[in-house]
Design a protein around this ligand. Sequence first.
Ligand code: HEM
Length: 495
Amino acid sequence: MIVFICMCLVTFWLLYHGLNSIWKPRNFPPGPWGLPFVGSFYHISGDYSRNAKTLVQKYGNIIGLKLKGVNVVCINGYDLFKQVMTDNPKCFSDRACQLPQTIIRGEKHEGIVTTPYGPQLLAHRKLFYSVLRNMGLNHYSFEKIIIEELPYLIEELKACVSDGKSTINPCAVFDYAALNVLAYFTFGNRYSYKDEKFKFLLGKNLKCFEMMSKINTPSFLFVSYIPFLYKIWLPHNARVIKEGCRDIAEFVESEVTYHKASLDPKNPRDFIDHYLIEVTSNHSHLFTDSFLKMTIMDFFQAGTETTSTTLKWAVLYMVNNPEVQEKVQNEIDRELAFHGMPKYEDRLKMPYTEATVLEIQRKANIAPIGLVHVANKDTKLGKYDIPKSTYILPIYESIHHSHKYWKNPSQFDPENFLDQDGKVGTRSTFMPFGGGLRVCLGMNIAKQELFLFFVTMLQHFKLQLPPGVSKLDEEYVPGFTLQPKPYEIVMSSRF
Ligand code: HEM
């Protein structure tokens, strides 16, 4: 009898999840039928940009799918982006809350990136901006921290300089610099690039990021369907992420403990101090120790790899487009002279350089689907019905690389961002930081980092192809962010 009941339960469970994983709601956007349990997983995941392109040809700009039982809608083209991000942002401002998020941020999905839209998110986004202001670091003066990092960046790049013939890969330097800026903001001090603690933090951070792109293995799909199994067993890639996040959390926790012991409420030193003051003075349940820990992890995980990956593409595009590199260097030499440290406001007199940084972001399109937005109520998109909890996957390639919005999208051309008077114009179809109410929290920090790191690098160094190579490969490695394939260049000092 017990065996019979168990078999019935298992059959019911299989039928329910099997059907739910392929059944689509009424008037849902068109899209391919998937397989039981995995849904359309193999239609879209992996190389999202390319796979979406194939689906667009068959189904149009809005594609409805089922992935692991979840309703998913891929949006392509600016009109749909506008409807989601600008016209109706509140409706599409929740985040995914499935097993990957549980592994990264724990069962409560704490932290800015994973928390749903609501009072806690808004309070934290507000606190972040007010801390910047209180630290004298409003959007345009966060650069104090970045400028402090520049001499170390130059020194480290100098150590990479080749003799004019042998080749090097300078990319690791950008990981160090990007993490250090955020470490300074959060912990109140920068680290030496040789510091073992710092290397540990960076290594764990990068490993977690790498594995996030590889988490969706068949065995992970299996675990996703069995609640609580993940507590006992996880496939290798997911386990690496879980252990990496645990190690980073312990690191952050030790910093929070140190800050608590040495806090002087009248003289807050950094983000942690400001947050701790908020916890005690505000008595609000919105601010907690564990949310603080996860928020700091968000800064490191959302803000390090994205910035450094963009700079890795910057090097590649400068090597492949020597005429652009030369024009940028002429502008730098004219406006900054050889030894002047750049400031962010210098971009106003260096339009070609600023346009080049924007073009690097457009062409590299490093965050192919940004972060998933989730509908927080039943709504409509175009003529289709979108039920509550539907995941919206914005395919950024469909706006950053489309002939509809750019003269020659497959070319690297800074003129894309210059108007007839040679000034940098605003482009609504350029969204490297996402949009709506979940737009990248660190957008203004990242813009300053990219400009200042890029200018400093080209001010001091000439980047060239290795002898006998006619072009570096511009093909990306697909993943959560799009990485350039590993490359070697010749780098020489300009003076
Ligand atoms: C070139 C560098 C960067 C790029 C390309 C980038 C891109 C993005 C994108 C596409 C999103 C998703 C936005 C959306 O959902 O529509 C995002 C979110 C986020 N980013 Fe960035 N980002 C960068 C740097 C940074 C930095 C330096 C920080 C440090 C504070 C940061 C912190 C965050 C956070 C906390 C979120 C989540 C915001 C929320 O969910 O409310 N990012 N970023």
